[in-house]
Design a binder for this molecule. Structure first.
Ligand SMILES: Cc1cc2nc3c(=O)[nH]c(=O)nc-3n(C[C@H](O)[C@H](O)[C@H](O)COP(=O)(O)OP(=O)(O)OC[C@H]3O[C@@H](n4cnc5c(N)ncnc54)[C@H](O)[C@@H]3O)c2cc1C
Length: 471
């Protein structure tokens, strides 16, 4: 597909749609819109222009203009993505949702919140909490990511073990389609089989099928009691083996079940500039349980603690108040930033396997790391079978880094697919994993995705170069 360049005429039209102050062409100011949180330079690309609309109507006009002029449009939330999804790899317009940042309604009768896409996830969580509710979406980037970005990537995060990923909480979206049509899919009804499930076609479509401009998300009662356990292990295998044991121990569904290996613990210590308990442990397992009965929560964490100790846990630290809980979660949440202390450039992967296969996946990653002499710290949402295995470049030269990285990824993905898994659990495909997805996904499924893309975006102007190539 050949796209046209942005002309001064297009820029003038964009200014007339969103106002002069909301169109950026200054190179220095546009720089931040040319990357997300993927650290490698090959996944960065400057936009030709950045626009900041304030409502769906303006976005609709921008999409009509982009179709007429055949220029690409890349939707952008907070830019915390880890797949180069918001990077305009083919140039054109970056459409930033940052000005659409209002919470529109907290509907206590139906237990829904209605928001614009540019509200941070943290603000959604805090607003729900202040009203006595839980918004259970909880990516580690909650303080900075936007709720619209979470919807577009179907973000996972810490509480997905018990409460599911973002899609589970989304019952409706207003979307601007690539042709500029504005449509509301779903809404506040908890059931809806009136035609295809288009809400959940949009959720996780990474800005390739439509631009999400309003979100109807479900609130839940806030659990009264929460407790976290931090369990160090002196053996990685024992630590990862405890995951399926906890998950299949009848009756308890933990809210979170996280894993950190020693390199990840060490990186967190460096980043936080503090010693963590058992900082030399081979691995940490972090478990959270919640509920409305204090006794039940206590029974649950005592049972899990006992299971850990019986299976090689060195000690069980219990955090049942906000400040000790925050200390544990700080160490876990800082993973992405902390690794930069060891290697400013890295390649963070997001593999997912059935929970029972987690020990085998980790074993294979360690074997591959040894074979290619590369450090691959592993950390992640083990209770979902989702591990962030991160290849560290350290001092490798450009050529050797790319060569080793490609070989490692190919072997790692092969193992994951053999174990019944997929190459991304929550970060998505974006530009970064597009070619790998084309190699590993069932061709029939790939063609279904291509057909949907072509049907909704015949000119291929919305977020091209992402998820799938269409010819
Ligand atoms: C420190 C750190 C921790 C993280 N932890 C987690 C985690 O625990 N779980 C997890 O799932 N992810 C995690 N991430 C990744 C990232 O935060 C999520 O993918 C998040 O959902 C991206 O939101 P964003 O607003 O930054 O989107 P962006 O990065 O701006 O965009 C991501 C994708 O969504 C599209 N998009 C954004 N907004 C819209 C919209 N309104 N309409 C249509 N398309 C849109 C973009 O085109 C792009 O394809 C983490 C990232 C960092 C840096």
């Amino acid at each position: 597909m050949r796209y046209n360049r942005i002309t001064t005429g297009i820029i003038d039209e964009l200014k007339s749609i969103v106002g002069e102050a909301n169109v950026i062409v200054d190179r220095e100011k546009m720089e931040v819109y040319g990357r997300d949180e993927v650290s490698e330079a090959m996944w960065q690309h400057m936009p030709e222009v950045v626009v900041k609309p304030e409502n769906a109507r303006q976005i609709s006009e921008i999409m009509k203009l982009a179709n007429r002029e055949l220029v690409p449009v890349t939707p952008r939330g907070a830019g915390t993505g880890l797949a180069a999804g918001a990077v305009p790899v083919l140039g054109g317009i970056v459409l930033s949702l940052e000005r659409m940042n209002r919470i529109l309604e907290v509907d206590k009768e139906n237990l829904f919140m209605v928001t614009e896409p540019g509200v941070t996830t943290g603000e959604v969580q805090r607003t729900a909490r202040a009203e006595g509710y839980l918004y259970a979406g909880d990516p580690c980037s909650a303080d900075s990511s936007f709720i619209g970005g979470n919807v577009a990537t179907n973000a996972g995060g810490n509480k997905a073990v018990k409460y599911g990923t973002t899609s589970r909480h989304i019952f409706g979206v207003e979307v601007v389609l690539p042709n500029g049509d504005i449509v509301t899919l779903g809404g506040k009804c908890v059931k809806n089989v009136t035609g295809y499930d288009l809400v959940h076609l949009m959720v996780g479509s990474e800005g390739t099928l439509g631009i999400v401009t309003k979100i109807y998300l479900k609130l839940m009662p806030l659990p009264k009691y929460v407790a976290d356990l931090l369990v160090p292990f002196d053996d990685v295998e024992k630590a990862i083996n405890i995951v399926p044991v906890i998950m299949t121990h009848g009756g308890i569904i933990p809210t979170c079940l996280e894993f950190m290996d020693n390199l990840s613990i060490k990186a967190a210590e460096l980043y936080l500039n503090q010693q963590l308990p058992y900082g030399d442990a081979a691995a940490y397992v972090i478990v959270e349980v919640d509920g409305n009965s204090e006794r039940q929560v206590q029974e649950d964490y005592e049972t899990i603690g006992k299971l850990c100790l019986e299976n090689g846990g060195l000690e069980v630290f219990v955090a049942d108040n906000k400040s000790t809980q925050e200390r544990i979660w700080k160490a876990r949440r800082c993973y992405a930033e902390a690794l930069r202390m060891i290697s400013p450039v890295y390649c963070m992967e997001d593999i997912v396997v059935p929970v029972s296969q987690i020990p085998r996946a980790l074993e294979a990653i360690n074997r591959i790391a040894e074979k290619y002499q590369i450090k691959i710290p592993c950390c992640g949402h083990a209770g979902d079978g989702n591990i962030h295995a991160t290849l560290l470049r350290e001092n490798r030269g450009e050529h050797s880094w790319h060569e080793v990285k490609e070989k490692v990824l190919e072997e790692m993905y092969r193992v994951v697919y053999d174990l019944g898994g997929n190459l991304s659990g929550e970060h998505g495909i974006g530009a970064k994993r597009k070619d790998a997805m084309a190699r590993f996904m069932d061709p029939v499924q790939l063609n279904m995705i291509r057909s949907i893309k072509k049907a909704l975006d015949p000119n291929l102007i919305l977020n091209p170069g992402k998820v799938v190539d269409v010819f």
